[in-house]
Design a protein around this ligand. Sequence first.
Ligand code: COA
Length: 184
Amino acid sequence: MTTHVQNTRTLQSAIITRLASPFDVSAISALQARVFGPGRFARSAYRVREGHGVMSRFCRVADRNGRLLASLRITEVAIGGTRGAALLGPVSVDPDFRGQGFGTQLISETLADMTSAGIALVVLVGDEPYYGRFGFHPVQRGHIVFPGPVNPQRILAAELIPGALANFHGLITAAPEPAGGGQF
Ligand SMILES: CC(C)(COP(=O)(O)OP(=O)(O)OC[C@H]1O[C@@H](n2cnc3c(N)ncnc32)[C@H](O)[C@@H]1OP(=O)(O)O)[C@@H](O)C(=O)NCCC(=O)NCCS
């Protein structure tokens, strides 16, 4: 009996990471509002996504008993008209749950998913001291262009296919989902 109760407690407090579903949209929006405030709409990822679906097949969340603790959004993009790349961000971790590895777990799992799916290049605007550990490096100034103002030193890319960066040059735009894709 004791064992059963303990197991139940363990299950109730388990934190899992999983792909996001349409049911997560409002909780993800609320988390992002809490983490970034009204300034979130000026962020690069929002500007690239403007007018496109709110989530892609790679978006991922961490939750505990239905409470969303962290989310990672991915937008499939074309760069200079070439498809096969993705824009990572934002990553949002509930302030009460930071420094516990959720950001790392979501990013690592999502990069693995995208590698399996054949995504060649992942781009983001962020801090190299954090994202460097996942294989992101600064991109040469002017190589990838964002639709709005961006600090060029914060444009980072990770090649999921070695050498891919050379094939992606120019303006970054949201790409329509591939046939059979899961834009929702
Ligand atoms: C940045 C963020 C996603 C990290 O998620 P997290 O779950 O707290 O981080 P993890 O537990 O996976 O990793 C913690 C490590 O990252 C480091 N770290 C966190 N933010 C960092 C930053 N901006 N620059 C450098 N290192 C950073 C921590 O110092 C810690 O280092 P350690 O492993 O050497 O101790 C989270 O803090 C967050 O949501 N921040 C506010 C929103 C934000 O800035 N998002 C990123 C921009 S899109």
